[in-house]
Design a protein around this ligand. Structure first.
Ligand SMILES: NC(=O)c1ccc[n+]([C@@H]2O[C@H](COP(=O)([O-])OP(=O)(O)OC[C@H]3O[C@@H](n4cnc5c(N)ncnc54)[C@H](O)[C@@H]3O)[C@@H](O)[C@H]2O)c1
Length: 348
């Protein structure tokens, strides 16, 4: 029920196209009470009829009492509600931290529950305000996503920006990769992105229905391997190519719901744990497997890959953030796959 009611309420309590955060509060008995019968087919219509003009607090009979709050934070996403999947570490954590610094309320969602709770606590401590929450999710599981989004909407009231970042990699030749590894990569990177959009889009659509002038954003963190093949890494590259097919298709379909859908395709992010983890990272894997001819150290492996980049360095989170802010601020673009690769991939 939460995801069917609060996003519409948020839209109807908006102030000149700014949607508030909804916060659950203790009722003082003076709030107007709105009744939404179970199975109500037109929640926005029912709310519109019953909600007094200018109400800042309201009791929904089945959900509790909520207050509309407008952020006084500053920044490029001030007052927006963002969800970032795969946010316990790596790109996801750094994206969530930057969105919080730029004024957003952020739900960090990850399968690593302890990790994501610690990550959210760190962001709150760094920002000096309660702006982030940690949420458990397995993006490959529709029920888990549904429960996670219920939790986000219960905490904040809706979603303005969804960053589909959770992703995994199992490198290996097509001649050897196990079906188990293929399924693992496909389930998280491809199916997980599909299910994420399937779960969050109705929330954004409900908001758009109540404030048609306002658009919402889904941004997938794809990869340069979604634009060009990756040697002995076909499962990953295939899942990322597929993700761009989903982005283009969702973009066509969700225009009518006021949702832009775009992908960002970063180059290698050497500073993150995926590459740098001393035990499991790609530097170690590639060194041990002899994938880089003559390499004796992590630095040799890094130099080999940096040499493939015209700008001779890896991708960083600030590079990716510029792309996220471009795509969200640009009102006239959807269905794009934006490379952030230092020139390693050039679109024709
Ligand atoms: N690291 C790179 O060089 C690089 C380059 C281009 C694109 N990317 C993409 O960026 C994204 C993030 O990569 P990263 O390097 O930060 O990875 P990472 O391995 O450091 O972090 C991935 C996070 O996703 C979480 N996760 C994994 N499976 C999940 C699931 N089923 N449900 C929810 N969470 C799950 C993990 O717990 C982890 O916290 C991925 O989509 C990846 O493909 C990474």
């Amino acid at each position: 029920m939460t995801t069917r009611i609060l996003p519409a309420l948020r839209g109807l309590m908006s102030n000149q196209q700014t949607l508030p955060r909804l916060k659950r509060i203790e009722p003082d008995g003076k709030e107007p009470v709105v009744s939404i019968p179970p199975g109500c087919a037109d929640v926005p219509g029912a709310l519109r009829k019953q909600l007094p003009a200018g109400a800042k607090r309201v009791t929904i009979d089945t959900l509790g009492t909520y207050e509309a709050g407008f952020s006084n934070a500053h920044g490029r996403v001030a007052g927006k509600i963002a969800v970032v999947t795969g946010a316990a570490q790596g790109f996801g954590f750094e994206i969530a931290a930057d969105l919080a610094r730029q004024g957003a309320w952020v739900a960090l969602a990850d399968i690593n529950v302890d990790g994501v709770n610690a990550a959210a606590a760190k962001i709150n401590a760094d920002c000096g305000r309660e702006t982030a929450i940690g949420v458990a999710v397995n993006v490959a599981d529709a029920d888990s996503l549904k429960a996670a989004l219920e939790q986000v909407v219960a905490a904040f009231g809706g979603v303005d920006l969804f960053v589909a970042n959770a992703g995994v990699l199992r490198a290996g030749s097509v001649k050897e990769l196990s079906v188990k590894d293929l399924d693992f990569v496909t389930n998280v990177n491809y199916k997980g992105y599909f299910l994420s959009v399937q779960t969050v889009a109705p929330i954004m659509a409900l908001q758009h229905q109540t404030v048609p002038e306002v658009w919402f954003d889904i941004v997938q963190i794809n990869s340069k391997s979604g634009l060009t093949g990756s040697n002995k890494n076909g499962a990953y590259a295939g899942s990322k190519f597929g993700g761009i097919g989903l982005t283009q298709s969702f973009a066509l379909e969700l225009v009518e719901d006021g949702i832009k859908v775009n992908s960002i395709c970063p180059g290698n992010f050497y500073d993150g744990p995926l590459w740098s983890d001393p035990q499991k990272g790609l530097f170690k894997q590639y060194l041990d497997s002899g994938k880089v001819p003559g390499a004796k150290t992590f630095a040799d492996v890094k130099k080999f890959y940096e040499a493939k980049v015209p700008m001779r360095r890896g991708c960083t989170t600030p590079d990716v953030m510029k792309a996220i802010y471009y795509l969200t601020e640009q009102a006239y673009e959807t269905g794009q796959a934006l490379p952030v690769t230092g020139g390693q991939v050039m679109l024709s």
